[in-house]
Design a protein around this ligand. Sequence first.
Ligand code: TXA
Ligand code: MG
Length: 345
Amino acid sequence: EDLNKAVNTQVFDYSTLKDAAALLKQGKLVAFPTETVYGLGAIANNETAVRGVFQAKGRPEDNPLIVHVSDISQVHDTVANVSPLAQRLMETFWPGPLTIIFPLKEGVFAPNVTPGKKSVAVRMPRQMETLLLIEMVGFPLVGPSANLSGKPSPTAVEHVLNDFSGTISGVIKAQSPISEIGVESTVVLADDEQIVILRPGAITQNMLGKIAPVVEMTASQQLANKDVQSPGVKYLHYSPEQPVYLIPIEYTISDWLKEMDKQERKIGVLADEKMLKALEANKSFYSSYSLGSEGDVASATRQLYAGLRYLEQSSCEIIFAQALLDDDAGHAYMNRLTKASNFVL
Ligand code: TXA
Ligand code: MG
């Protein structure tokens, strides 16, 4: 795709998937919905199309892409080896928000899908439109999150259009207004008898622990490793333009108010409904976005990126974002919010 030339970005849905598939087969870029976030799709055996994905996102070219399949047999056809542990993980968690790293088979995917790697990351999303789309294309699709590099990942078709209207050929609009999970998939290595989490997500350590022993390799551990496993961790991610303050879970309403009173800047608040009501009763501030009911971790995770995007566009000058308990269920939320935050109080 010639990215210097403006294109008309078409919005497809369930009834026009064939047209979207035809564009992908021609090497065009079409974003697709998944249960985690929208992906920026291109057919994974076309080097020019894949280069277009990096260019459109402004993504560093050493950061490998995830390949999306529509069934498990596609994995057996396209990777060098499937360990028994990886097979069990696919059977247990697919379709779903789990990405598994496999040994690369030479000559299958375009080389720039896996720059400098001897491995390839694969997942099967839990989104009917996208599974059908991949089937129609007849080959796996690359799909990094469909956001400009450094922006929060997109969980709604409007987010994709905001970042790429006029630069990509199309986007498939999901039936639901927001992605079910809301943060990117869990990324794991599953070579021998152990699972190593490279990026936490909705498939949690406890869930994986039912299959095999599991450890999480933190971003700093991955960085300290000279063969950085998951290059994505070294880049600043998910960040709105404004400074984001992460407000600790133990902060009471009066702690929040004290912190807000110190600010001269217009404040945007990302918090649960109960906290927002209590703050609004005591103070007027510029903008707010609700994470959902107090204690609803799934809702908060689903709303996180949409909230950061909303507040960014509200032109507040600083964002106060509420922490959750960093336990098994809250870990993916806290991982992404910490990355988006410049200041942790
Ligand atoms: O939920 C998701 O995974 C979304 C949706 C669209 O499927 N996709 C996504 O892709 O988040 P992306 O490209 O934004 O994130 C890919 C992550 C990066 O952190 C990258 O470094 C890592 O996976 N990764 C990809 N290939 C890898 C490999 N061969 N070895 C280690 N890490 C890899
Ligand atoms: Mg991303």
